[in-house]
Design a protein around this ligand. Structure first.
Ligand code: SAM
Length: 217
């Protein structure tokens, strides 16, 4: 097979970002405030072009019911909520009151707080409380990497036929092909499980740190 993908240099990445719809003032302020308040953790936030893609995808799927696992200061949840209709619902899971207190402020500023319910606690426990039916249109997994198999196991049976699960950080900054940590190994094993799961078709996109999209049959 010939190599059809090109390596993304810094120049090309800047060009790509400049040729998609730019983040608005609210997303830009959220990125800036997260960096100011949480400089060590700020890199956990999804990239601006990924936020734009999440809004696009949420809309494209006609999403009314969505779940997010791993909310942090709210960048991805804000992006997903903006893709929902006014009566749509996003249920967010995170263990941190501190991080998500920032998210709550930005949801309110963007006028989407009525569409979002935040559940605090270990997502592995909290996801089990969701209805046991196939009602979810879209789910986004971006929390602790060793928890991904549990989140997958809880979410796949709750996706409507044709629903999509997006999973972040599947390339581990390139280390997935030569894992160096427990998190790298967890993601490498998880990626193998996803591609072998007959309930889904999966594509892995080289956006940001790698994003798998799994279409549930
Ligand atoms: C990579 S960050 C999420 C970034 C977020 N999607 C964004 O765009 O800003 C991971 C988040 O997962 C949360 N987290 C870690 N372990 C968790 C667990 N067991 N259950 C729920 N949330 C967890 C952390 O508190 C953190 O906010």
């Amino acid at each position: 097979m010939t190599l059809k993908s090109i390596p993304l240099t810094d120049d090309l990445h800047r060009y790509l970002v400049a040729h998609g719809t730019p983040p608005d003032e609210i997303l830009s302020d959220l990125a800036r405030e997260t960096l100011e308040l949480l400089p060590e953790e700020a890199s956990m936030q999804v990239a601006p072009e990924q936020a734009a893609f999440l809004t696009f995808l949420t809309r494209l799927l006609g999403t009314r019911q969505a779940v997010e696992v791993g909310t942090f200061t709210g960048m991805s949840s804000l992006a997903i909520a903006r893709g929902l209709p006014e009566d749509g619902q996003l249920t967010c899971f995170d263990i941190s009151e501190e991080y998500t207190s920032i998210a709550r402020r930005y949801w309110a500023r963007a006028g989407v707080e009525d569409r979002i319910e935040l559940r605090i606690g270990h997502a592995s426990d909290k996801l089990r409380e969701l209805p046991r039916e196939r009602y979810l249109d879209f789910a986004f997994i971006d929390a602790d990497k060793t928890g991904y198999p549990i989140y997958w196991a809880e979410l796949v049976p709750r996706m409507r036929p044709g629903g999509v699960i997006a999973i972040d950080n599947v390339l581990r900054h390139g280390r997935v092909v030569a894992p160096q940590s427990a998190d790298d190994r967890a993601i490498a094993a998880f990626n193998d499980d996803v591609v072998a799961d007959v309930r889904v078709d999966a594509v892995m996109l080289p956006i940001a740190d790698g994003l798998t999209l799994a279409h549930v049959h």
